[in-house]
Design a protein around this ligand. Structure first.
Ligand SMILES: [Cu+2]
Length: 645
């Protein structure tokens, strides 16, 4: 990832760091070294080429200016043999450190495959015939989206790299591509052979009658919105030096991988001259979108957008005044294409500050004095487009030590067509003959915690009503009950807002002045559990969604909530496998995984493009500081809070 603005520290002055994402030259060199050293098949397709992150101690002991060992992790598939390979390539030594065949897996589907797959479907006479049967003769109006095939135990799927593709057709060239879904049509494609295996046609359903254009030319433009300008005449309060970001007392490194997109590393907060760690690494380690319709062209819809598609490779180029407003600094991201060449995604990460209302306030009416402070947050964000949907990932850092992840969901709902007058039970009609199946979006944030050091413990805290009795004569008493989540089997929990449940990550060997271990608490937001049954394919494959909180003992090999290769995986990988050894979790290097689900019952108002809905969680200091750490935020202006005024 490259810093693009002139106001950031010039690159020549930025020292290399072990966590810097791979540069374009490093990506291509990694591929070239591997190709020269190993014969991995005639038609190799690069899936992911990303930084092979050094061990924690290497990162934490790194001193500025020291030489840095660079290595790349390369995942590739050979189109002829269908074999998947995983290699670690040393860029510093120009050598392949390891190269393993990974049996019986399908790596993520990459962008080039989507394009090639669409071309293969369009050229297929069976698909063309299915369109003609529906009165469509101009195939240029059609659009074909590959959907990951899932794993339903079909014998024909075994050992094949597959997608199940859906088709839409525009009413006219300027129309929304998703305006008119073609019902009952599923095209199965082998991505290695790039060959259509089957066109499953369950019969003609009329196309929805309307277009679904959302351009201002069609939708019209309201008036009365006067300009809002965000001005920071002295520039922003943050500084970017390469990938290091400093803002107020926060310091962190911004990373980016083709699989996870935005990654934050080594997040610290300066407290009375001491730099105190909070997080070693944070990312959205997978997500899944189970759909609730059992019919033939719906049951397989359960996209793992991180692990099956690589959400980083799908990052948007963000634009000032559109995606973000104000004094913006952007970072480019660099990913690989399937030929092992580097692709720069311009302006993939946006960094800016936002005013967010008041931070704290008190009016002392007897003294006629008021103190109030403005709250501000640093926003590090990225937006990815995965076919019809947009996902925005917004990490917020506040002046009082709070961290928030907010995911924004927008774009176009995955849809279907129904005959006039029909409303299926598994979803809602959003427009005439356009149907939106009920579904959920489960995200899993992997939070490699480092609260004042690597060794942490995790507690669940519930609030409990006291029983009536001599100690509770007025029946009003209630108190909190912390319970240590002492091992991985005990640290699999669901949210319970009615009990005020939260989870607290503490450092037992660091005490605050009240004698309590310093900590951060994970505050769940809105959440839901999956409705797919325990025997459903998606439940087995996305075991992570069955619990909201998981805690694991740190293991660098345990990186992804649904495992390394969720595409077409039969299930059981990822978190359920990581916790099988029931490792003890007391005062050790822990990773907290938080699953949060957005429950989506589609509305007519979600059509033709849905207004943003948000879901997320917060990490808040709890006894980490001795008092409100934001007392020292200056008054907004001298006149608004002076005593006696
Ligand atoms: Cu949705």
């Amino acid at each position: 990832m490259e810093a693009t603005t002139t106001e950031t520290t010039p690159r020549a002055q930025v020292q290399a760091h072990p966590l810097d994402p791979l540069s374009p030259a490093e990506i291509e060199r990694a591929w070239d070294i591997l190709r020269a050293a190993r014969a991995l098949g005639a038609r190799p397709r690069a899936i992911f080429i990303m930084l092979h992150e050094p061990a924690k101690h290497v990162v934490l002991e790194h001193l500025a200016g020291q030489p840095v060992e660079r290595a790349a992790l390369v995942v590739l598939i050979d189109g002829d043999s269908g074999k998947t390979w995983e290699a670690v390539v040393s860029l510093s030594r120009g050598a392949v450190l390891s190269c393993e065949h990974v049996p019986d897996v399908q790596p993520a589907i990459v962008l080039d495959e989507f394009a090639e797959c669409e071309a293969a479907v369009r050229a297929d006479p069976r698909w063309q015939e299915a369109l003609r049967k529906r009165g469509v003769t101009d195939f240029e109006l059609a659009m074909v989206d590959s959907w990951s095939a899932g794993n339903f135990g079909f014998a024909d799927d075994e050992g094949r790299r597959l997608v199940r593709a859906l088709t839409w057709v525009r009413r006219h060239r300027e129309d929304n591509g998703y305006a008119r879904p073609i019902a009952n049509l599923l095209t199965v494609v082998d991505l290695n052979a790039m060959q259509v295996l089957a066109v499953e046609d369950g019969g003609v359903v009329p196309l929805p009658p309307e277009d679904a254009n959302y351009s201002p030319e069609v939708a019209g433009v309201r008036d009365g919105l006067k300009p809002i300008e965000i001005r920071q005449p002295e520039g922003p309060s943050f500084a970017l030096a390469g990938h290091e970001l400093r803002w107020q007392k926060w310091r962190m490194r911004i990373g980016f991988t083709p699989r996870e997109g935005l990654v934050l590393h080594t997040v610290t907060y300066e407290d009375q001259g001491r730099e105190r760690a909070v997080l070693y690494r944070a990312s959205v380690a997978d997500m899944v979108v189970p759909y609730g319709d059992p019919r033939p062209t719906y049951f397989h819809r359960n996209a793992f957008d991180v692990g099956e598609y690589g959400i980083g490779t799908l990052a948007n180029a963000l634009e000032n005044g559109c995606d973000c407003l104000g004094e913006i600094r952007y970072l480019d991201a660099v990913v690989n294409d399937s030929r092992g060449r580097a692709v720069t995604l311009p302006n993939a990460v946006c960094v800016h500050e936002e005013d967010v209302g008041i931070l704290w306030k008190h009016v002392d009416w007897r003294r006629q004095s008021t103190e109030v402070r403005r709250s501000r947050r640093l926003v590090v964000s990225s937006i990815s487009t995965v076919g019809n949907y947009e996902y925005g990932f917004y990490w917020h850092f506040f002046l009082d030590g709070t961290i928030q992840l907010e995911v924004k969901l927008t774009g176009i709902i995955s849809n279907g067509a129904e005959p006039p007058g029909v409303k299926p039970r598994w979803g809602e009609m959003v427009a005439p003959q356009v149907y939106g199946p009920i579904h959920q979006h489960f995200f899993c944030a992997r939070l490699d915690m480092m609260v004042d050091g690597l060794d942490n413990s995790v507690y669940e805290v519930n609030t409990v009503a006291d029983p009536p009795g001599p100690e509770n004569p007025h029946h009003n008493a209630f108190h909190t009950e912390p319970a240590l989540l002492g091992s991985e089997s005990r640290a699999q929990r669901v949210a319970d807002p009615l009990r005020g449940r939260f989870w607290k990550i503490v450092n037992p060997s660091r005490r605050n002045r009240l004698g309590e271990p310093v900590g951060y608490k994970l505050m769940p937001g809105e959440n839901v559990l999956p409705f797919a049954g325990p025997e459903a394919s998606v439940t087995k494959r996305a075991g992570f969604m069955t619990k909201h909180l998981w805690v694991t003992r740190h293991d660098p090999r345990e990186r992804y909530a649904a495992g390394d290769y969720p595409n077409q995986h039969p299930g059981g990988a990822g978190l359920p496998a990581y916790v099988r050894d029931d490792a003890p979790l007391v005062n050790t290097d822990v990773v907290v995984w938080y699953t949060f689900g957005a429950h989506h019952v589609a509305r007519p108002e979600d059509w033709p493009v849905m207004p943003v809905t948000t879901i997320g969680f917060m990490l808040k200091p709890v006894g980490f500081f001795d008092r409100n750490p934001a007392l020292d935020v200056p008054r907004p202006t001298p006149h608004c809070c002076a005593p006696g005024e």
